[in-house]
Write a protein that binds this ligand. Structure first.
Ligand SMILES: [Fe+2]
Length: 352
């Protein structure tokens, strides 16, 4: 594969370059080196979450109940107290990750992870923060064998698909909004990255989007006049060819409002629908915050009150781009709300 194949055209609504988020002053918290060392020692537990997910989570819960360092308890209490409409993401720096992070390669990263990853500090940190924020990790039956922990890591076979394994830009979206269990949160822990390549995670507050739309636009978004081709929408469990049923973009469910939208895929037969899609897309590009996830950064994004994108602006080190690795979880606020969609006998696994 040539270098040129990694370069992704700028989105049609691209605006002038914005200052990236990623500096110390942008963080909600920066762990001191001493705090990171404390957490790394604490979280280096002898259980493999890919082989024994139930035992791993049980141990994590016991540790959280009895041993959590005060600074971490206080931090998560402060973060989780903020209204999610106003505080749509959290950005922590200098987080604990594994002392040795294996290279997974471009061909078969998942099996390489199973084979080569001998410590699970990153996974334990994600699980502990999940617990302290009052949420639960959710896995999906067909996503990475139903693992609790996912990888945003390029893979040749899926390098140009709108998936975790792409090398390309993924336009603005909420994660898997058509799944039976829609995640409320997305957690991203940066394991390996290089500033040589300009790859950003872009987050947009929906409250800010709505404040820039007219009342007429908002009511249009509530009308069932929008649809997407199935094959461009990432839904675990597979999809028949064709299109999603017509439905609103702005959906109210269980007292929450969220966007079911995938820029470039969501469309309408109604010219007014197409026009409002254009206005929403323009706003997303205008006000999105570009996070550069340095190694040991954790970005926690709401999947309800925000949408996100991944934007590949420039790749100068192709090998490093192929080895960029964000450890990821999907989380839900209350797993008991999803009991009927969980796979019996499995650990927090959704039947898609
Ligand atoms: Fe996503």
């Amino acid at each position: 594969m040539t270098h040129a194949e990694f370069l992704t055209p700028s989105p049609s609504h691209s605006t002038a370059p914005r200052a990236e988020v990623g500096g110390q002053s942008d963080a909600d918290y920066i762990f001191s080196d001493a705090e990171r060392a404390t957490l790394t020692d604490w979280l280096d537990i002898p259980l493999n979450p890919y082989r024994e997910p139930g035992a791993f989570l049980a141990l994590i819960r016991d540790m959280v109940d009895h041993e959590t360092p005060t600074f971490l308890t206080e931090l998560c209490a402060r973060l989780s107290a903020a209204p999610v409409e106003d505080k749509v993401c959290y950005y922590l720096k200098n987080c604990p990750v594994d002392p040795e992070i294996p290279m997974l390669g471009f061909e078969d990263q998942l099996n390489e992870k199973y084979r080569l990853k001998k410590t699970f500090v990153g996974e334990a940190f994600l699980a502990v923060v999940t617990e302290l924020m009052g949420t639960d990790i959710i896995s999906y039956r067909t996503a990475n064998n139903g693992d609790l922990f996912q990888d945003i890591h390029p893979m040749r076979e899926l390098a140009h698909t709108p998936s975790q394994k792409t090398v390309d830009t993924i336009k603005f979206h909420a994660d898997i909004p058509n799944n039976r269990v829609r995640p409320d949160w997305v957690y991203l822990l940066s394991m390996r990255n290089t500033p040589e390549n300009k790859v950003y995670t872009v987050v947009v507050s929906l409250k800010e989007v709505f404040s820039r739309l007219s009342d007429d636009d908002i009511s249009l978004l509530r009308q069932p006049i929008f649809y997407s081709p199935h094959d461009t929408i990432h839904v675990h469990g597979g999809q028949e060819p064709g299109f999603t049923p017509k439905k609103p973009i702005l959906i109210t469910e269980g007292g929450r409002e969220y966007l079911a939208f995938f820029e470039g895929n969501t469309t309408s037969d109604d010219p007014r629908g197409l026009a409002v899609i254009d206005r929403v897309s323009a706003i997303l590009h205008e006000i999105g915050k570009d996070f550069f996830l340095y190694e040991r950064d954790l970005l926690v994004m709401s999947n309800n009150t925000a949408v996100h994108a991944r934007r590949v602006d420039e790749v100068t080190n192709v090998d490093a781009h192929r080895n960029r690795w964000l450890l990821k979880t999907w989380n839900v606020d209350d797993i008991t709300r999803h009991t009927r969609n969980l796979v019996p006998g499995k650990v927090q696994m959704s039947d898609e």
